[in-house]
Every structure is written in structure tokens, then in C-alpha cells.
Design a protein around this ligand. Sequence first.
Ligand SMILES: [Zn+2]
Length: 262
Amino acid sequence: MEVVYRHLEGVPLTSTYVFEVAGVKVAVDPGPASLHTPLDVDAVLCTHLHLDHCGSAGFYNRVYAHERYVKHLEDPTALFQASRAVLGIFADKFGQPPPASDVRPVSDGMKLFQAIEAIYTPGHAPHHVMYLHRDEKILFVGDGAGVYLPELKAIIPTTPPVFKLDLYMASLEKVKKLDISQLCFPHYSCTRDVELLDIHLRQVETWVDVLREVETVEEGLEKLRRSDENVAKVLELGGLYLEFYLRFSVLGFLDYIRHVRL
Ligand SMILES: [Zn+2]
């Protein structure tokens, strides 16, 4: 399997996995429109529509995405506006997606190219799908299992608003039951440490406990620093991992907690 790394301002942003299955060359999450360089593939699989994952999908034929959101790839105007409202300057850095002309709807349990199974995994986003390569036992987790930072030996949630904690946990429980030997994270690499699914699930439970009584993102980060060593490592390093993932993830939790009054 080939990995194509996209960097934003010198920092890794998205890893695209390219491989052949049943004679079809596919790419999982081609990356943002602003960092597009053409991939020699027949089809593109979108784990979800967020700009850093599938913003460049419109440059390709045969784009696969969750069935209820096909229209947002065909006309990405509303998607881009909504992304700007949440992500601010990051939406502009990821670029405006071009419209896609050939989007194929994906539903839960659907088989693609004989060996790939789509697994509907909402929570991070309502259009989130993981892809299981059944022959290789690889799960392409999208943003449904956190951000894996091998250089820090750390994993952190990526849960920007609108985050649905209950659906996210249910999705994690669902994929934990699968027969898998490898996880591939678009942020940022594959690992045979499939225990990360469990570790991340417990991490999310810790975050809920810590953030329940918190008012602001800054206060949340300070409290998490003391209870989650992954957060402490990212705060130490700073940069994109902090400004993009960590801050928006805490915001997503606070937003959820406020709405459901946990
Ligand atoms: Zn995402």
C-alpha cells in the first residue's frame, strides 16, 4: 500500500492510502483541495466530507461517499460555508472543494470491489464511514477513532462541533467487534496496535468526566493536561496539532455537553 502525505505549512495534514483491489486502484481520503496533486487512481473513497479528507474528491471520477450526503459533493457550496463557520481560517487553508460529477452512494454494510466493506460510523460527522479491507483485515478509520501521532506515541480525539458523543461511542463499540489486524488513520499512519481503539474509547470517557464542569476551551485544556498524558504531550509541542485538533476537539465536547446537559 502506498501512502501519499499532504503537508500544510510544513506540518503533516492528511495521509492518503492508495492500493489496488479487484483490479481497481483506489485512494482513501484524497486530501484537501488546496493541496491537490493528481493521484493515478480509478476511484476515491471518502470516509467523510470534511475538507481535509475529501475536499479534492471533485478532481476524480467515481467518488464514493455516504448516500445521504452525495449532493454536498456535487454542490459543495453549503459544505464550504458550514466548514468556514466552524473552522474559520482553516477552511480557507484547506481550500474550496470543486464540484464532483460522479458520486456513488455508500450505505452501511455495502461491499465495494469484492473485498471492501463500508461501515457507517456517525459521531465525528453524520456522513462518516469507515472502510474495512476484509482480505487484509485493515480498517480505514477516518476521523472515527482519533488522531494517531506516532512521533509522540499519542492519540487525541478529533471532535469538532457538531460532535455527537453518543453516536461516536456506539460507532467505536461497533468496529471494536470486527476482525482486524491493522488500523489506518488519515492522521497520520497505520499501526498494528489495534488496542488503540480501546485506549481511545477510555480516553473519550475521561474527557467527558473532565470537561463536564468546564466553561472554556482554555480551562478544559488545562484540566485535561493533568488527566490525559496525550494532551500534555500535544500541549508541549503546540502548533497545528494543538490549534487545529485539540482546541476544536475540546470545543466539540463542550458544545455537546452543553446541549445534552450531561
Ligand atoms: Zn473530520
